[in-house]
Design a protein around this ligand. Structure first.
Ligand SMILES: CC(C)(COP(=O)(O)OP(=O)(O)OC[C@H]1O[C@@H](n2cnc3c(N)ncnc32)[C@H](O)[C@@H]1OP(=O)(O)O)[C@@H](O)C(=O)NCCC(=O)NCCS
Length: 153
């Protein structure tokens, strides 16, 4: 899985945040960290839960959420494993295919732009086509395994 580079000055205008079809996309609050980490571990893996906890330690937290009522449907992080990195991101299986992944991606990338970054790196991008479709992402040559080399699981 290669890393991707995203020029943040070329992002689509759509902010990603706000309420659409009853689902709110917004920045996470510190007291929600336990719920976010539990969600990441339940639906994905412990490594992603660890990354969520690191991103949540930012001020403001570097995590965006998709929430319907009191149910967490997905998340996206930045500045977790490295500064300037986007990810991880995930949407629970039942909530996929409804545009939440796109909204979380755009909300987080816009926040990175606001935080002063010119580019974002999508670290170890799994669904490369998903990213290419929704933001101006280009593959970084020779970026695998990149910063994750030798990682313990
Ligand atoms: C990737 C992920 C976050 C996308 O979330 P989602 O809410 O389903 O995404 P969206 O509904 O916004 O998808 C929008 C479009 O991208 C497409 N898409 C979604 N996942 C895709 C994938 N893995 N590969 C290619 N295209 C994909 C959808 O088909 C959809 O197309 P459409 O607009 O023509 O219907 C979600 O599939 C997920 O949690 N996957 C597992 C975790 C993961 O791989 N995370 C990324 C780690 S780097």
């Amino acid at each position: 899985m290669p890393d991707l580079l995203v020029p943040l000055y070329k992002l689509p205008q759509e902010p990603g945040t706000g309420v659409e079809n009853g689902v709110t996309v917004r920045r996470a609050l510190a007291p929600e960290m336990h719920a976010i980490c539990a969600f990441a571990q339940k639906h994905f893996n412990k490594g992603w839960a660890s990354e969520c906890s690191v991103a949540m330690a930012g001020r403001p937290p570097g995590v965006y959420l998709a929430v319907e009522g009191k149910t967490l449907l997905g998340f996206a992080c930045y500045d977790a494993t490295a500064r300037g990195f986007f990810g991880p991101t995930g949407v629970s299986k039942a909530a996929r295919g409804k545009g939440l992944g796109r909204r979380l991606l755009l909300a987080t990338l816009h926040a990175m732009r606001e935080a002063g970054y010119g580019y974002a790196v999508i670290g170890g991008a799994g669904p490369v086509d998903f990213y290419r479709r929704h933001c101006p992402a280009i593959e970084i040559p020779d970026s695998e395994p990149g910063i994750y080399e030798g990682m313990l699981r």
